[in-house]
Design a protein. Structure first.
Length: 132
């Protein structure tokens, strides 16, 4: 079996512990990882680096994850960025708001690691099918 193609992930979360946990998890799974502590910083990183996947917290100071999704969709139409919302909000209304804002997937904090990695692999497959 061939190894998966490399993919750069941007983790946007104001919690440094969450950043570190996800960065370590994704690096072990052969992802290149960048981090941002706010929505504004995430947009700056996206403008400077080719991040194919964004894993963003919903609740951040300043620009929240929903607004970040909207801005990514508005500003990055020349190349597709897969956006995964990472949140403790688990209600149906919250999932609908997330998808309506432009998120491709919705991951509740506390999901088993295997499921998070499986969803990341789906994102990687989608991104690589779009650029092939």
């Amino acid at each position: 079996m061939t190894p998966p193609e490399r993919c750069r992930v941007l983790i946007a979360d104001d919690d440094e512990i969450v950043q570190a946990q996800f960065a370590m998890l994704l690096q072990r799974a052969d992802y290149d990882v960048q981090v941002a502590s706010s929505g504004e910083e995430a947009l700056r990183v996206l403008r400077a680096a080719q991040c194919q996947i964004v894993l963003t917290d919903w609740q951040m100071p300043g620009m929240n994850g929903l607004e970040l999704c909207r801005r990514i969709r508005d500003e990055h139409s020349e190349r597709y960025v897969y956006v995964m919302m990472l949140t403790a909000q688990e209600g149906e209304h919250d999932r609908v708001l997330s998808i309506a804002a432009g998120a491709d997937d919705y991951v509740a904090k506390g999901l088993p690691v295997g499921e998070v990695l499986a969803r990341m692999d789906v994102a990687r497959r989608i991104i690589h099918s779009l650029i092939s």
